[in-house]
Design a protein. Structure first.
Length: 376
């Protein structure tokens, strides 16, 4: 008998971010590959004009249909009623919840939503930061049957972060390997990454208050292009008033592109990753400081595509290598060294990258573990 899983996501306000779409899409495709009936669930916030919500829902459904995911359900917050034009072609939420064997909650979800399901599992994709937000009271997680986190050290003895009062089980992020086959790099390819740049997000932990954005994490590495022979490219969501940032990066030797038109759809993002030589990226400061051994879902896309990834060290791991397919640097000298090592025996590093994705991040195996631990 097929298992029905509602996957709660948060994409309606972020449909221009193709990379974020894959965070949820990989889990949905992994569930379907295991024979599950998948319902994509989105919360509707009643503060947007109806025509905007209608357009967003139609775009979401169009994107999902490209991947054979056609079941969408909507949950209106605060007891609001969905206009028929918005809900057209979507599954009724109450019926979807009643028929579901499991809610896999990746979108936080309010208590009114979660309690409609017989079984529920929460999946933390912001390890460390989420637990800090919970402890300081800025976010509340409704009761679930099981709590998963992609942070290896969350809830472990000696960890630098609180557990938020919950019992966390580690589960790695996942990648739908059949949708991300190895792919040769394009001519004149670069080591690339896709990211936001400057935001006004701050976080406070035991070491104090600090800004938690990619600009802050890249600042100590701005001169890296001077020390390596391979081109480095940043594809960023730069605002109209950030052209000085683009100029500053280009003067330091970085190639800079805007995400619009490059990685604004799931398929555009995938094409960009697969045409790259590999990934070079820094982690947000919180992931480095909290040492959760976090690895980006974006990095998994590079690894599965057979691209070596040179990324910032985020803490000791039981299974992540520091070099070999995946390289984890701590400073500019290591970053430069690892980039040169990645290119020196490029074919081997491409093979190691794919093998790492297959061994630890295969969506079917990862999702299978979640179902086992949740529905047993």
């Amino acid at each position: 008998m097929s298992i029905t899983v509602c996957l709660s996501a948060r994409m309606l306000r972020h449909l221009e971010h193709g990379g974020l779409f894959w965070v949820y899409l990989n889990w949905a495709l992994g569930l379907r590959a295991l024979g599950c009936h998948v319902v994509w669930l989105e919360e509707i916030v009643p503060d947007r004009p109806t025509h905007e919500v209608q357009t967003s829902v139609a775009t979401l459904k169009s994107h999902l249909e490209r991947y054979g995911l056609e079941c969408v359900s909507l949950f209106p917050l605060n007891g609001a009623q969905l206009p028929p034009s918005v809900a057209e072609g979507c599954l009724d939420f109450e019926e979807a919840a009643a028929e579901a064997d499991l809610l896999l909650n990746m979108g936080y979800g309010v208590p009114e939503l979660v309690k409609r399901f017989r079984r529920s599992a929460f999946l933390d994709i912001d390890p460390g930061m989420l637990q800090i937000w919970m402890t300081e009271g800025s976010i509340s997680i409704p009761p679930h049957d099981v709590y998963f986190t992609i942070g290896e050290t969350v809830g472990q003895p000696g960890a630098r972060i609180p557990d938020g009062g919950l019992r966390w089980q580690h589960i790695p992020p996942c990648i739908a390997l059949e949708w991300w086959p190895p792919h040769p790099a394009a001519e004149e390819a670069s080591f690339t990454t896709v990211s936001q740049w400057s935001t006004n997000k701050w976080i406070e932990d035991a070491d104090g208050l600090y800004k938690n954005d990619k600009r802050s994490s890249f600042m100590p590495f701005l001169d890296l292009p001077r020390y390596v022979g391979q081109p480095l490219e940043l594809t960023l969501s730069l605002a109209a008033d950030e052209e000085d940032e683009r100029s500053m990066l280009q003067e330091r030797g970085w190639r800079v592109r805007h995400t619009h038109g490059v990685a604004s759809t799931p398929w555009g993002y995938q094409r960009y990753v697969q045409d790259s030589l590999g990934e070079f990226s820094c982690a947000k400061p919180a992931y480095v400081r909290l040492e959760t051994a976090w690895i980006s879902d974006r990095t998994l896309c590079y690894l599965a595509s057979g691209k070596p990834a040179v990324v910032q060290y985020t803490g000791s791991s039981h299974f992540l290598p520091d070099f070999g397919g995946l390289f984890r640097f701590r400073n500019v000298e290591e970053a430069a060294c690892y980039l040169e090592l990645a290119i020196a025996d490029y074919e081997l590093q491409c093979s190691l990258a794919r093998a790492l994705a297959e061994e630890h991040f295969d969506a079917q195996r990862v999702v299978g573990r979640v179902l086992e631990q949740t529905l047993a």
